[in-house]
Design a binder for this molecule. Sequence first.
Ligand code: XMP
Length: 507
Amino acid sequence: LVLVIDFGGQYNQLIARRVRECHVYCEVIPYTQATAAEIQKRHPIGIIFTGGPNSVYEEGAPKIEREVFSLGIPVLGICYGAQLMAHVLGGTVKTAETREYGKTNTFFTPDCKLFSGLPQEAITWMSHTDYIAALPEGFRSTAHTADCPVAAMDCAEKNLYAMQYHPEVLHTENGTAMLKNFLYEVCGVSGDWTMGNYAQRAIEEIRTRVGDGKVLLALSGGVDSSVAAALLAKAVGSQLTCIFVDHGLMRKNEGDEVEAAFSKWDINFVRVNAQERFLSRLAGVNEPEKKRKIIGEEFIRVFEDEAKKIGRVDFLAQGTIYPDVIESGAGDAAVIKSHHNVGGLPDYVDFKEIIEPLRLLFKDEVRALGTELGLADYLVWRQPFPGPGLAIRILGEITAEKVAILQDADYIFREEVANAHLDRDIHQYFAVLTNMRSVGVMGDERTYDYTLALRGVTTTDFMTADFARIPYDLLQKVSSRIINEVGSINRIVYDITSKPPATIEWE
Ligand code: XMP
């Protein structure tokens, strides 16, 4: 185990991901929990301090106990973490006259273990105003830039290392190799953390925890709940009940695909076909927030009706993943979520404990685990899909007919993107049925039909996004297939706004 101690930096999750990419298991804990005693209890083989927005010399800035440096555990400080190391150990940190930001030419001392085997000059990614003005006793500077005399430092004898720049950011050349040097050369890790042995361990832990108890999971067909279901199924088999509420607002064939994937396993799989129930509650409703609310409430009701049939369960399983855990734990860097998955289930179901089998995994690791457990690619690589489903991609009132039109059009779009092998490059892409009709001509006939919008975005975090530069030829093919094959659509537009100012979904 390597402990990543979070000081509120924007790249903290990235550090953890890089460490795991080096096949080393790590966990992120907020600095408030990182007392020397707590760290010692967990027996990490290395510690990494993240960056953070504060100045170490400010009143109330995040601190760390001096004893942490004398536990005999190697420490790597990054950015704020580097300054904190210098400050706590008796060096000086000051505000610089010029802020260093962005790609910066950096020169390295080759005999520092972090840089062994790497070029002596490279670009690093800097983002700091404070700098280490005087080294603590026993330290030497191991890298510098034009403006920064201590771009890295070490005290090899005590296994203490620090970098002012961000090795976790891809703009830093050889950044991952430097982290790897810290892990392999300094901490001496064996690097045997793989998804295969993680899965094995997770299955055993779930078995021990659940015993002969009953587990209930709301399966949405999304990546997280599907992988959680697969893991629980492997661990406790028939003690698991999955309730799949099909609100009839999924993409074309999706409900059947989910059923086909899970109904063959030795678990209790319950599919509730509730399209009519949802559509009748949505009839005549135009307002987006109202639609969301109705769907959320109805979802809970349907789930509750099914859960009642099962009675008391011991565990309610949830597909929470690591980024949510880190965000809610760090406090300082908390992000307010604007979207929640349909539900709020725990209040309504009779259960003893929550079990979150994916709570230590990042999204890409969840996918890797899904593949490891034998889930099909179409489940593992599913794009994000909003809980209220197509209801927020049909602008205005929702009817069964509109759902069918949109499902067909969206299916063609997705099929063509996949045929062009762009399905993993465009992070989310879908069709939207606008509420607008316009005049067209087909054969010799005047038409008055719907306008369909296509949306494709590239993004890393879905908080901001750019519209995808889909080749015109592909758009043309999609357009003519949709017009010819779907009906009721006579005009197709492509959304060329980024987020902000637009959002990814239209409602
Ligand atoms: P927006 O439209 O806000 O969407 O740019 C950002 C991401 O969130 C997804 N999304 C939702 N997911 N329930 C969800 O579970 C929702 O109500 C919801 N609304 C939007 C959207 O698909 C995109 O990936």
